[in-house]
Design a binder for this molecule. Structure first.
Ligand SMILES: *[C@@H]1O[C@H](CO)[C@@H](O)[C@H](O)[C@H]1NC(C)=O
Ligand SMILES: *[C@@H]1O[C@H](CO)[C@@H](O)[C@H](O)[C@H]1NC(C)=O
Ligand SMILES: *[C@@H]1O[C@H](CO)[C@@H](O)[C@H](O)[C@H]1NC(C)=O
Ligand SMILES: *[C@@H]1O[C@H](CO)[C@@H](O)[C@H](O)[C@H]1NC(C)=O
Ligand SMILES: *[C@@H]1O[C@H](CO)[C@@H](O)[C@H](O)[C@H]1NC(C)=O
Length: 433
């Protein structure tokens, strides 16, 4: 070992004299990518990311995972087996290796990085695998129903495609990128409330058991999310600092559209927060009390405002849209119009952020077509004491590019890409050969 190390140092010394670049391995890719889907077959729209769960002699099994930027760890439809290489794995079942109750991961996930929910039992207990030993049950909260269930911690294996920001699979030798997180297996029945064909929750939070923490630099520094507005199109998720290109502008890096604001942390959450200092609609400011907490959520379908803030927004918005024909409000919305959003144009709702940056919510992200004839302001009253006071929901993210820089704790945001004549559905997912 010592000799090898010495040899290595000598070789390094020689090569560094000649070509420094030889010893710096440059990956041929700058990011990894995964398609993002919108699902509308549940009470609220939800979004999933498509991940390759097994990669066996070029056989891919694709699975859709709900995108949750607050979840403490990943869980999905699988079972644990200790002898996975034998014939013990039933067909059409994803088998993974268990984490033992004695391992530190079990302790950490159960005590620190767990779902916190009053409906969960304090102690998930232990279970065992015959012939192997005790496994590690963990509580999971269904993001659709809010109910608590159990899953078993495992050693998992996920694969995504590499990219240079333009294409998928940079070359034949570097088509795939694999990550090996500890996730958790839940029975198939746990996903019955999920959209069809979605069988897991992918955590993108700041928890050390969320997916970003398991990637190598420079990928783990940053992930970017661009969710589509239609179920028939695919948005995109990137890991890596960019560049990112969307058609038809093959030479415009999406980063050139971004403004940046600090991402804030909260003691009691693995989610992401920003500092909204006021809301402006057509030059008039709606007051937001100092140090109001604003959370970003991919699970809440619409932006939710505490009643005092909501009332201010509603009053101002109805004033600036008074030329539109009102309609009876459709729950959960409080302000609706007898109109179709085709051709409809309303003033922007601007979130003014710390340092004066401005996130503009334009018509496609502020007005939701509820029926053929009724469209509503897609903001919801969260109640007089709702905490966080502002939750920016997924409808407001559609066709917006969001770059979460986890190293610098900054959020890059584009506002609507439609104004730049592109959209989240414009990444070229055609697999390069
Ligand atoms: C289910 O999802 C997989 C992976 O994304 C996809 O290949 C398949 O076509 C989907 N099936 C349906 C019925 O949507
Ligand atoms: C707002 O937050 C900052 C930073 O956390 C703190 O210094 C300040 O005292 C807070 N202001 C109020 C009014 O709570
Ligand atoms: C939010 O920004 C305002 C204005 O810059 C500042 O006074 C306040 O302390 C910030 N709050 C937090 C929690 O950083
Ligand atoms: C992150 O921070 C470093 C050091 O402050 C800076 O050089 C770099 O440009 C930042 N990156 C981004 C994407 O803001
Ligand atoms: C999309 O990517 C494929 C594979 O890399 C490429 O052949 C094709 O030209 C690209 N399409 C456009 C419109 O650039």
């Amino acid at each position: 070992m010592h000799l090898l190390q010495q040899l290595f140092v000598i070789v390094l010394a020689f090569t560094s004299l000649e070509h420094v670049s030889i010893i710096v391995y440059a990956q041929p890719y700058t990011s990894v990518v995964a398609p993002v889907n919108k699902h509308i077959d549940t009470a609220k729209s939800l979004y999933s990311v498509e991940i390759i769960t097994t990669l066996d002699e070029n056989k891919h099994a694709l699975a859709n995972f709900l995108i949750d930027i607050e979840a403490p760890f990943i869980w999905h439809d699988c079972i644990v087996r200790w002898n996975t290489f034998a014939t013990s794995c039933p067909s059409n079942t994803l088998c993974t290796y268990p984490v033992s109750c004695d391992e530190y991961q079990c302790d950490e996930v159960r005590t620190i990085y767990s779902y916190k929910n009053p409906s969960c039992s304090r102690d998930p207990g232990y279970s065992s695998l015959p012939g192997w030993g005790c496994t590690c049950p963990v509580n999971v909260v269904d993001p659709v129903t809010g109910s608590c269930g159990q899953a078993i911690l495992n050693y998992d294996d996920f694969t995504m495609y590499t990219s240079d920001g333009r294409k998928v699979g940079v070359d034949a030798f570097n088509k795939f990128y694999g990550a090996n997180p500890n996730a958790a297996c839940a029975p198939s029945s746990s996903f019955s409330s999920f959209p069809t064909n979605v069988s897991g929750v992918m955590a993108f939070s700041s928890s050390p058991y969320a997916l970003p923490a398991y990637l190598y630099q420079p990928l783990k520094k940053t992930f970017a999310l661009c969710i589509p507005s239609k179920p028939s199109t695919r948005g995109v998720l990137f890991f890596g600092t960019g560049p990112y290109y969307f058609l038809p502008q093959t030479n415009v890096d999406v980063r050139s559209y971004l403004s940046y604001t600090p991402l804030l942390k909260r003691q009691d959450s693995f989610g992401y927060f920003i500092n909204v200092t006021s809301i402006v609609i057509k030059k008039r400011t709606i007051n937001v009390p100092v140090n109001t907490t604003t959370k970003l959520s991919t699970i809440d379908p619409y932006t939710t405002l505490r009643t005092d803030i909501y009332n201010g927004v509603l009053r101002r918005f109805s004033l600036v849209t008074k030329r539109l024909l009102p309609a009876k409000p459709v729950a959960p919305f409080g302000l609706c119009y007898s109109t179709s959003t085709t051709g409809l144009k309303v003033p922007d709702i601007e979130f003014i952020l710390q340092n004066g940056q401005k996130w503009s919510v334009s018509t496609t992200n502020s007005i939701k077509q509820v029926t053929d004839k009724v469209a509503c302001l897609a903001f919801v009253d969260g109640g007089a004491t709702s905490e966080p006071a502002i939750v920016i929901g997924a409808f407001q993210f559609e066709d917006n590019f969001l770059e979460f820089d986890l190293q610098n704790s900054t959020l890059g945001f584009s506002s609507s890409l439609l104004r730049k004549k592109t959209s989240c559905a414009n990444f070229n997912f055609t697999l390069a050969n």
